[in-house]
Design a protein around this ligand. Structure first.
Ligand code: HEC
Ligand code: HEC
Length: 368
């Protein structure tokens, strides 16, 4: 068994110690295992203009689960981001308006171009190898086209296949949805509690409440995190072998930092299967490798359904991306790598489904 600590310099520990001591307990302490990967912090950082409060979180929870945000009252955020489906939908590509059912059995309806990212830990998007990130300027979506949870949360409401359908135009979507909420007394009270009264319900407040709720959906105590924080017995020797292989093969050229993502765009040459989705000049964002056991199928179009297939994809893989060329893939290590990747699961995230939503519509949309 190889020891992964072999290339850590004592000075690094000293710096880490200084860092830990100087770090306020409010933000939690980021524990790097070496200069490439590490445990997630204990707490998320809020944007300066959207501090998390329990009132905002409760409002965000209702909004997230309420299909009143969709054109035909049939789709909620939770339709495609459901705790029973790893806070994604376990479909290769999401099914939005007009569909019914949850996850793999969802049918009918508009098909979205891409696989749904999980929202577990999306509050940590953009975190770098030193544990730094700015929650108001980070990476969202497979092409990084928006830059915060706040900004992201209004996009599905405006999107035709995801939530809007043909009920109203993209330009009017947020105003119409805000007006609907203003007509529901329970929402008026909740917005007043969250943002002070009197206030007008608008896209800015809707987005802040939803983002505050999403910042509570975190999973940062996987066995890998426990190992990185010092519990050397948290991983088996086979899993540690996988961890070493992962480092030696240079997967961290892209999957580094505590989220195992550089949040950059790369062209891996995943085949376009008929849908004309070229990302950004063929590039897609590196996804997190956390919680993969519950978030399949994999890659931006869900082309691989098992983790073994997803890892094996890197065999004989040589793309133009310079980080891709630094990869030293060893096919004999696939099982160990997959075993290691499974140590990045933490199933202890919030799975609460609200009893009801203020509109009185079906909780989570048409998913039954
Ligand atoms: C019809 C299914 C569907 C619905 C409804 C939906 N999403 Fe998504 N979500 C997706 C897909 C697909 C992606 C990836 C899209 C892309 O990259 O272009 C995504 C991406 C995201 C991301 C990005 C995570 C990351 O790591 O980049 C967040 C956050 C998110 N959705 C939150 C929401 C919220 C909040 C709502 C409700 C306002 C919502 N979603 C409604 C399917 C859906
Ligand atoms: C050049 C950067 C790069 C390197 C090196 C790299 N990956 Fe990736 N990885 C990505 C990108 C980008 C995607 C998504 C591509 C897409 O969907 O088009 C991805 C996707 C994945 C996925 C699917 C995750 C999901 O949720 O869809 C797994 C698993 C994975 N990589 C594991 C690995 C392993 C193991 C290694 C080392 C053998 C590795 N990667 C090396 C950039 C990289």
């Amino acid at each position: 068994m190889k020891l992964i600590f072999k290339n850590i310099y004592p000075i690094y520990f000293l710096l880490l110690l200084l860092f830990s001591v100087s770090c306020s307990t409010d933000e939690g302490v980021y524990v790097p295992i070496d200069e490439r990967i590490g445990a997630l912090p204990e707490f998320v950082i809020d944007p300066v203009d959207n501090p998390t409060t329990s009132e905002k979180v409760e409002l965000g929870r209702k909004l997230f689960w309420d299909p009143v945000l969709s054109g035909n009252f049939d789709v909620a955020c939770a339709t495609c981001h459901h705790p029973d489906k790893g806070w994604g939908d376990n479909l290769a590509r999401s099914i939005g308006v007009g569909g019914s059912g949850l996850g793999e059995v969802r049918t009918g309806g508009a098909i979205v171009d891409r696989n749904a990212n999980t929202i577990i830990n999306s509050a940590f998007n953009g975190i770098d190898v030193n544990g730094n990130y700015d929650p108001s300027n980070t990476a969202m979506f497979w092409d990084n086209r928006v830059s915060s949870l706040e900004e992201q949360s209004l996009e599905p409401i405006k999107s035709m296949p995801e939530m809007r359908g043909n009920a109203y135009s993209e330009e009017n979507a947020i105003a119409i949805v805000s007006q609907r909420l203003a007509n529901i007394p329970e929402y008026v009270t909740m917005f007043n509690d969250a943002f002070g009264s009197p206030n007008a319900i608008d896209g800015d407040k809707i987005s802040k409440a939803i983002a505050a709720y999403e910042r509570t959906i975190i999973a940062n105590n996987s066995r890998f995190d426990q190992y990185a924080r010092g519990d050397v017995n948290a991983l088996t020797s086979f899993e540690i072998r996988g961890l070493n292989s992962f480092l030696e093969m240079n997967c961290t050229a892209c999957h580094g930092g505590p989220m195992f993502s550089d949040y950059e765009l790369h062209d891996l040459g995943i085949e376009d299967d008929g849908i004309n989705d070229n990302g950004v000049n063929g590039k897609f964002r590196t996804p997190t490798l956390r919680n993969l056991s519950v978030t399949g199928p994999y890659f931006h179009n869900g082309t691989f359904s098992t983790l073994e297939e997803a890892v094996n994809f890197y065999n004989n893989f040589e793309q133009n991306d310079e980080d891709a060329q630094r990869l030293n893939f060893d096919e004999n290590e696939v099982d160990a790598i997959v075993a290691f990747l499974r140590t990045l699961n933490d199933e202890n995230f919030d799975k609460t489904v609200p009893d009801g939503v203020p509109s009185g519509l079906s909780v989570g949309g048409d998913i039954n």
